[in-house]
Ligand binder design. Structure first.
Ligand SMILES: *Cc1c(COP(=O)(O)O)cnc(C)c1O
Length: 376
């Protein structure tokens, strides 16, 4: 029996009846787009996240684009973010014609480094007459919240906005606060591999502020005004499908239990893998909980990682590198004229990191096998 990296089939067996009932409801009712499932899901997830408003949308990428559009971001605007994240985070900034300004990461949590954020904001203010600092997108990488107690004052003292990219962290908490209640706007994704996923693409945007909520609702449907055929601004087609909302509603029923199971699986890994020479297990900062979108380890160096991943592969155990190439070195951002050495922490981590199978249905026996392979 091979061990899956993420076991969506085991999950499906838990929710099969509820999913089929939910999808059947959409088919019977016929409201395929913006059906009652959307408002129902928005209500449940905003309440779970202790935030006033939620706006269902087409993907995590759409969520980020809509959030930036709500802040009227465009050419000449600088938005600070991390180069050690999924492409979509910085892509949303660049798609709107604004400039992603990268900030190095913390070597322990892999999240944006508040010390470097402070330096980069000052640098843009002092040296970049072509750019106006506008906001920060903090990413909760692998499911662990960023260092918000240090990020929030920097953001507010500089008159910036804060967007939380919670695509990997929906369900995590920072000092007791649900991650999607943090920042001015929080964005998440329901891509199947995320902790709370659907069976296709989907996402959600969260905001406390009524005015931002109104803007997001308008932007989601082509900048509509009082009705769909009155367009008061530019927007996108950013709607969430009713069928995908029905799937998330079914999965949300078992989500709190799944978070617990993920945390137990992570604790088992931590125990099994501690004390292996040259291997660093993940560290969760004080006051934070993670939803373990990934369980990521650091090898001693690239050679050591290749050796360990080779052993896993021989034993038919999947392992993945998130992320092999930081965004500042991607061709898509060649116009930013970065080179190797610009973000030494992100580059160093990219050379050593790899992720093991992680999902709520991962059993202790499989984890023992994985640990033995890594030790052997
Ligand atoms: C997955 C992801 C996104 C994009 O979500 P999609 O639903 O795939 O568009 C954005 N940011 C991060 C950090 C992600 O992991």
């Amino acid at each position: 029996m091979s061990i899956p990296f993420i076991d969506l089939k085991a999950q499906y067996r838990e929710i099969e009846i509820a999913v089929k009932k939910g999808i059947d409801g959409v088919l019977e009712r016929g409201a395929y787009v913006m059906g009652p499932e959307i408002a129902d899901l928005e209500e449940r997830l905003s309440s779970f996240s202790a935030v006033r408003h939620a706006v269902g949308c087409g993907s995590g990428t759409d969520a980020l684009v809509m959030a930036l559009m709500a802040f009227d971001i465009g050419p000449g605007d600088a938005v600070f973010t991390t180069p050690f994240t999924f492409m979509a985070t910085a892509e949303a900034i660049a798609l709107l014609g604004a400039t992603p300004v990268f900030v190095d990461i913390d070597p322990v949590t892999f999240n944006i480094d508040p010390g470097d954020l402070k330096r980069k904001i000052a640098d843009v203010k002092d040296n970049r007459t072509d750019l106006t600092p506008k906001g920060v997108i903090a990413v909760d990488l692998f499911g662990q919240p960023a260092d918000y107690d240090r990020i929030e004052p920097l953001v507010h003292n500089n008159g910036l906005f804060l967007i939380v990219d919670a695509a990997q962290s929906f369900g995590a908490t920072y000092k007791g606060r649900p991650v999607c209640s943090l920042g001015d706007i929080a964005c998440t994704s329901f891509f199947p591999a995320k902790p709370l996923g659907c069976y296709g693409d989907g996402g959600m945007v969260f905001a406390h502020n009524d005015e931002l909520h109104k803007l997001l609702v308008s932007i989601r449907v082509h900048g509509m005004g009082d009705n769909k055929y009155e367009n008061v601004r530019l927007g996108i087609n950013g709607r969430l499908d009713s069928i995908q909302a029905a799937v998330v509603l079914a999965k949300f029923e078992i989500f709190p239990g799944e978070i617990e199971k993920r945390q137990q699986a992570a604790e088992r890994y931590n125990e099994l893998l501690s004390g292996i020479d040259g291997l660093t297990t993940p560290v969760i900062a004080d006051g934070c909980t993670s939803v373990w979108a990934q369980y990521s380890l650091l090898a001693r160096d690239t050679e050591h990682r290749t050796e360990l991943m080779g052993k896993l592969s021989e034993a038919d155990i999947p392992a993945v590198i998130y992320y092999p190439k930081p965004l500042h070195l991607q061709k898509a951002y060649a116009n930013l004229e970065h080179s190797e050495g610009d973000f030494p922490v992100a580059e160093g981590i990219a050379e050593r990191i790899f992720s093991l199978p992680m999902h709520p249905y991962l059993d202790g026996e499989s984890q023992k096998t994985i640990a033995q392979v890594l030790k052997g």
